[in-house]
Design a protein around this ligand. Sequence first.
Ligand SMILES: Cc1cc2nc3c(=O)[nH]c(=O)nc-3n(C[C@H](O)[C@H](O)[C@H](O)COP(=O)(O)OP(=O)(O)OC[C@H]3O[C@@H](n4cnc5c(N)ncnc54)[C@H](O)[C@@H]3O)c2cc1C
Length: 436
Amino acid sequence: MLKFDAVVIGSGVAGLSAAYKLKDAGKNVAIIEDDLWGGTCPNRGCDPKKILIAGVEARDRVNQLVGKGFSELAPMNWEEIEAFKRSFTDPVPESRQKGLADYGVTTIYGQARFTDANHITVNEEEIEAAQFLIATGQRANLLNLDGQEYLSNSTDFLALSHMPKRMAVIGGGYIAFELATIANAAGSEVTIILHNRRPLKEFDAELVDEMVAQLKERGIRFIYDTDIKKIVKTADGYHLSADDTTLDADFVLCATGRIPNVEELNLEAAQVEYSKKGISVNDYLQTSAKNIYACGDVLAKTQPRLTPVSTFEGEYAVSAMLGNQTPINYSTIPTIVYGSPKLAKVGVTDEGNGIKMVKQDLTAWFTYQRLNEPTAKAKLYFDQENQLVGATTLSGQADELINYLALVIDQKISHDTMKDYIIGYPTVASDLTYLV
Ligand SMILES: Cc1cc2nc3c(=O)[nH]c(=O)nc-3n(C[C@H](O)[C@H](O)[C@H](O)COP(=O)(O)OP(=O)(O)OC[C@H]3O[C@@H](n4cnc5c(N)ncnc54)[C@H](O)[C@@H]3O)c2cc1C
């Protein structure tokens, strides 16, 4: 039987950051992975998506300047950008595993299953450890409908060798919006199908409406209040039907949420409590079994499931495993929808309780005028001391601006202090002086 001080289950960003930290602390540590080393983010999540989004950004930049230095709309070549994307993703699993092994972390390929709180089996081999860290992440949830086998998920989309002519996207979350934006830029006729009228429900409704209007301008069609009930294969694609709508498509992307990878772990044997929302932990990321911790997307939590959150939790979990008695304390977490334009938010985004909102239309500001962006807006939330506590913003630069705003919030930088900074001009950052 193999024996370790600590075993990490799952090699995504959460598990990886933890495994390196455990090794740094002098532990004899193993990490188990049953699929691609490196997990979701670099293989089939943020990184490949952001490479494709770079194509959307480049296309938008040119298209916004047609007649202002450019004479033609820029087409995006899917096969080429996919190949560029694969040049990043293909080497990931091997390089992540090698990185771990070179650092002295034992890597074991296979599915981990608990037999009790101190033992797991992998490939029928028993492994004992004093401590475990579960970092098994989430997977796409496919709708249970007639013709479910014709649904594809975000991983299938990111691996498409050819861009389909017609794409149906079921779902109203950030993955649906981002992948629809990419497909639209690559020339697909995209329809987003929503079961209600309120997509991106955690974001400001007015700015979401504005984003939807911009996506419609770019040719994306929206169908509201519709539950697809059945999908049948046709001679040239798929036929989707709901109570009062039908639609034909060549690719059906189901982006209706993600579910935690818990079932295969046999958590009952270790007395680790979980629900369909994920693994329950206390403020130290400790599960109901004292020697077993959990971190990352697999947690039942209110924080957004994002890469920097998972990394932070992985590192925190190790400190708790090593005896840190300070509860986990998250900083403000920016969340971004990489659409066209982008929508981002951070901190408190509700009025009331002494919080006042200031709405800014930035479209006429130089930053956005020089790019000829069709829309740029921000809603800023200030407390009674006039300190920025939250923001939502919509523009092609929202992903950068939101991180500056997060810094202002976290560091409690006041309007007067902001004015003392000399910031390189003209940049998104130099607009901060006028925003906060
Ligand atoms: C399409 C898409 C786009 C995204 N875009 C962004 C973005 O722009 N920015 C951002 O911050 N976040 C983004 N995310 C979210 C981000 O990818 C996740 O928050 C992050 O990767 C979670 O890391 P993790 O380590 O918790 O889980 P994962 O990276 O999912 O790793 C879990 C690993 O555990 C393995 N595993 C599961 N069960 C077992 C078992 N029983 N035994 C052994 N191994 C097991 C899995 O195979 C997997 O490799 C995106 C996600 C998706 C799907």
